[in-house]
Write a protein that binds this ligand. Structure first.
Ligand SMILES: NC(=O)C1=CN([C@@H]2O[C@H](COP(=O)(O)OP(=O)(O)OC[C@H]3O[C@@H](n4cnc5c(N)ncnc54)[C@H](O)[C@@H]3O)[C@@H](O)[C@H]2O)[C@@H](O)CC1
Ligand SMILES: [K+]
Length: 499
């Protein structure tokens, strides 16, 4: 699914108005209806304090006030007064509301006009939507502070006021919403960690925008959802044998970190690779053969660390390297040798990435379509600190193009930067997965898909989606706090079954 920017969403509204056809006021009514229905179904409050600006976001708020009133809710409307006369649809809704004299409307001209907010009310934030073009200042910012100082929960309409849809809002004054009711599609602002304090739970309201529009626009960003993942997935052929599903090599583990190799190998097998060989130090051999008897083991000549490649890499259909290997001189030489000789699809994770950051010249050895799976800190060590999450995404895209590689930037919504300049946000996954071992599982999963013949882009997209989904299924059964990477791995099968 394409991820549209604020301007494109505005164009989609206009396209719908022209081609459905319907008036913009009717579209606003549809949007307000969807929000009011959600509010009635999901909240119980003594009263609703509705804060409106004078643009279309405020128009939504006024229409919501009327609809909540019609649903027998106690409502009061507070309008941020400004020199602007207001958008046409705001004015239409203001006039309708004005005639309904039962709903109190207050104009806020100064701080003294701000109402006291009782703890048992619900605040509806319809001050500013996607039309925001600069950070809030003056009375608008004071109003937002007032909302944020209340203990009553706020529900933001379309986007929390003060938040930009497509770029960083760091240092802005922004409504801290408990819920955000947004229209039709996710906005980029909802997918980055830096906005987590403001957006609360995001709910997408289907307002039936014209289905033909997304096909007409081009955008660099997309969302990895179930339909995209299902399109990538290739069910196993009934006549298949293990030779059809490749042979993955995983180079992982060191003394005290044999678990990384175990998790990686198990995830690799659970994702469908026909054969898995783990190259581990000798101290990891018994651990691995006991914990994952289905995997074969190549013991390194050293006891506590992997130290060299004494086998033909062409024997394998894909290679994953990094979890728990350490960053010593021997691992550095091993990685260099691997990068110089490998002719197979490759995943680099964890310590392999840390070695790269200490030896930047090795980046020049990366073959096209290599997959890197850094978390934000590993990414910063590799490519530098970014000022904010949006800039980090931009940097990941630049580096993916420059080096012709895939960068899977791990996070709540992992971002896959592709060498062709496109980028994909994943929507599966949860905070329970923020725990040691989750990344090792992802490395095993993506390597497994590569080994089975999925193209690097397919493997990266399907891998992150399934990884997050398996984590969601594990959290649904055992809760987020208790979630172990092993639980995630145990749910990979159920994740596949949902495709
Ligand atoms: N027909 C449509 O296009 C639809 C629009 N909808 C709503 O319309 C919203 C967008 O409406 P608008 O484009 O009118 O924009 P907004 O309602 O977000 O407000 C924009 C107004 O605020 C001013 N402004 C921007 N930043 C400011 C700042 N920092 N301080 C003070 N004033 C500032 C702008 O100059 C403009 O006059 C969406 O977020 C959504 O809520 C929905 O009703 C769905 C349908
Ligand atoms: K808003």
């Amino acid at each position: 699914m394409k991820l549209l920017n604020a301007e494109q969403i505005r164009q989609w509204d206009a396209f719908t108005i022209k081609n459905e056809p319907l008036s913009s006021l009717e579209l606003m009514e549809r949007a307000a209806n969807a929000c009011a229905r959600w509010i009635v179904q999901n909240t119980l409050a003594e009263s609703y304090y509705i804060f409106c600006g004078k643009g279309n976001n405020g128009g939504d708020g006024l229409a919501i006030a009327r609809l909540l009133y019609n649903a027998n809710k106690k409502v009061a409307v507070y309008i941020l007064e400004s020199d602007a006369k207001g958008s046409d649809d705001y004015i239409s809704n203001f006039n309708i509301l004005h005639h309904l004299s039962a709903i109190p409307i207050f104009m806020i001209r100064g701080e003294r006009d701000l109402p006291e907010l009782p703890f048992n009310c619900i605040i509806i934030d319809a001050l500013f939507g996607t039309g925001l073009n600069r950070p809030l200042t003056g009375l608008a910012a004071k109003m937002v502070d007032h909302i944020n100082n209340s203990i009553a929960p706020a529900i933001a309409i379309d986007i929390p006021s003060g938040l930009f849809g497509d770029h960083s809002s760091a240092h802005n004054t922004i409504v801290k919403a408990r819920h955000t009711l947004s229209f039709q599609v996710l906005k980029t602002a909802f997918l980055v960690a830096e906005n987590e304090p403001w957006i609360g739970h995001v709910h997408i309201m289907d307002i039936n925008l014209h289905p033909a529009f997304p096909d007409e626009v081009s955008t660099p960003f997309s969302i990895i959802n179930k339909s995209l993942a299902s399109r990538e997935y290739r069910p196993r052929n009934a006549f298949a044998h293990k030779g059809n599903f490749g042979h993955a090599l995983l180079i992982a583990g060191s003394w005290g970190k044999a678990g990384a190799a175990v998790l990686c190998s198990r995830a690799c097998l659970r994702t469908g690779a026909g054969l898995v060989t783990a190259h581990v130090p000798q101290s990891g051999v018994t651990v691995l053969q006991t914990a994952v008897p289905e995997a074969m083991v190549f013991p390194d000549k050293e006891a506590e660390q992997v130290s060299g490649l004494n086998y033909d890499l062409n024997h394998f259909t894909a290679v994953g390297i990094g979890p728990g290997i350490g960053t010593g001189v021997k691992q550095q030489l091993l990685l260099k040798e691997l990068l110089e000789h490998i002719q197979r699809p490759l995943v680099l994770d964890a310590d392999a990435l840390n070695i790269l950051s200490e030896n930047k010249a090795l980046l020049n050895l990366l073959k096209p379509d290599t997959i890197l799976t850094p978390h934000p800190k590993e990414f910063a060590r590799l490519f530098g600190e970014a000022a904010d999450d949006f800039k980090r995404i931009e940097l990941a895209q630049t580096k993916a193009m420059e080096l012709s590689i895939f960068i899977v930037l791990k996070g709540h919504h992992s971002f896959v930067a592709c060498p062709d300049g496109t980028g994909y946000f994943n929507i599966t996954g949860n905070a329970g997965m923020a725990k040691g071992g989750s990344g090792d599982a992802l490395t095993g999963m993506v390597t497994s898909l590569l080994a089975q013949g999925y193209l690097p882009k397919e493997a990266a997209l399907l891998g992150v989606f399934l990884h997050g989904l398996a984590g969601d299924l594990a959290a649904a059964s055992g809760g987020m706090e208790a979630l172990l990477a092993s639980d995630l791995i145990d749910h990979i099968g159920n994740a596949f079954k949902q495709l």
